[in-house]
Each structure stands twice: as structure tokens, then as C-alpha cells.
Design a protein around this ligand. Sequence first.
Ligand code: T46
Length: 180
Amino acid sequence: MKNDLIDFQAIGDERGYLVSFEAKRNIPFDIKRVYYIYGMNDKPRGFHAHKKLQQFLVCVSGSCKVLLDNGQDKKEYVLNQRNQGLIVKEMIWHEMYEFSEDCVLMVLASDFYDESDYIRQYEVFKSLIERETLEFREYDRATLECSYSWLNDPEIKFLTMTPDFTKESQENWFVSLKKI
Ligand code: T46
């Protein structure tokens, strides 16, 4: 998974630091909502993905860990820099945990709160990801030749309920496809 951490310029002088976020300038979406969570304990939060929402997480006080999971790879991030944030795009499963006592996690979001945008069951998330990554291709002769060994693999044969077949019967079936 590519690095989703973004560093921001902190403008500092003898009075302290200032960090600013601007929609579509240093934040890659229009900001429609800002919220923050605080007073966390050892109970992890998150455990969902959003269908369309994009978010940007900044730990403005203390620290926490965030796990991002795109359905194929998982990556853990530590948020403990005031001038660094984590992009959480749509269809990314996220979990937050190991909050320090003083943790305040601020979130910039691309849309208003909408519970119907949430996917809160991991199995549903996984099946939606798998559907997105399915690739359709022509059933050509190369596929036919590969499929002979796939379909004779005992586990695949069992799972797909494929009956016994010969190369010749498979060839006849393939030729018949062209007539449809
Ligand atoms: C994320 C982390 C950091 C609202 O009414 N409005 C809102 O804008 C939000 C975000 C939540 N809620 C309600 C929905 C629930 O009844 O507040 C309750 C707690 O929300 P949730 O269980 O989603 O809280 P977290 O901390 O598990 O997750 C939230 C965001 O949903 C999530 O995307 O990144 O904060």
C-alpha cells in the first residue's frame, strides 16, 4: 500500500506553530465536515470503511495508531506529529487504537455524516473489494488450455462441482461456443 501520510508546513516563530489546511490546495478534496474524537481509552474505534467518503486524520494532541486495509494489504501508521496527517480514501477499512490519554484526533471529511455510506461488516467490505477487482476477459484458446489443469485441480474441481471431462469433450464445448 502506498504511503498515505502527508506532511504539512508548520509556520513557527517564538510564539509557537501554525498549520493550515485548505480544501483542494493541500487537502485533496472539498471539506464539508470537521469532527474530532477525544477521551478515548483502550477500546479501539473505527472498524469500518466508507463507500464514497474521503477523510484526513490529524492527531492534534497526543498519539494513536491507525490500521489501513485496502482488502489486499494492511499498513499500520503512528500519528503523533501535529503537522502530519493521514489520508483515508473511500473503500479503505480503518481501525484506530492505542490512544494516548491526551489524544485528540481531528478529522476533515469530504461529505456530511451519512450512516448509509458506512460498511461496518468486514466480510461485506471484502466481497465488495473482490467484486471491484474482478477482471472480465475473453474465453479464448489460451484460457481453455489453462482451464484444463485448473479444473482438474482436486480442490477447484470439488468447489466448482466440475464433472469428469476429457480434452476432447472440452474442445467440443469450446467450438460450440463460437456457434452461439
Ligand atoms: C473515523 C473516526 C476517526 C455522527 O453523528 N456524526 C459524525 O460526523 C460521525 C463521524 C459520527 N456520528 C455518530 C455515529 C455514531 O453514533 O457518532 C457515533 C460514533 O461514530 P463512529 O462509531 O463512526 O465513531 P468512530 O470513532 O468509530 O469512527 C469515526 C468515523 O466514523 C471514522 O470514519 O475515521 O471517527
